[in-house]
Design a protein around this ligand. Structure first.
Ligand SMILES: [Cu+2]
Length: 142
């Protein structure tokens, strides 16, 4: 009997510890190296572990004059262009990958150099999950 109670407690503890269960998480963040005055770019993966749709409403940083969400796309001639995204939908139990050639955070007019090994702070604002602050390392594309 005592053993059974302990087992039950252990199971409850395990359930409570399991990570991304029922939450929205942002992982695998990295940023390109760039010089002050240039534009930088940052990438990450959003995983919505909840059963409700969410929306990324915007991103903030304090190291660029403007921080925007862009989508890169190629036209029929293979010429790449970028469109600013007012928001990005993150479906329930869905995964949105920001990566080179696709969605990215554009750091427009960097106010400082971004050197390999540096860490920058990005704040993502979600409709449901609220604000998520990320420490983003400047590094080679993983
Ligand atoms: Cu861009």
């Amino acid at each position: 009997m005592k053993f059974r109670i302990l087992l039950l407690i252990a199971l409850i503890a395990l359930a409570a510890c399991s990570p991304a269960s029922g939450t929205l998480t942002v992982t695998d963040a990295w940023a390109r190296n760039a010089r002050a005055g240039e534009n930088g770019a940052a990438y990450f993966v959003i995983e919505n572990g909840t059963s409700a749709d969410d929306t990324l409403l915007g991103v903030r940083s304090d190291i660029a004059s403007a921080t925007e969400v862009h989508m890169s796309m190629a036209d029929a001639n293979g010429v790449m262009s970028m469109n600013m995204q007012e928001s990005v939908s993150v479906p329930a139990n869905g995964r949105i990958e920001f990566k080179p050639g696709g969605l990215h955070v554009m750091l427009i007019g960097l106010t400082q150099d971004l050197n390999f090994g540096d860490t920058i702070t990005l704040t993502l604002n979600f409709e449901r999950a609220g604000e998520i602050t990320l420490q983003v390392e400047v590094k080679e594309q993983p």
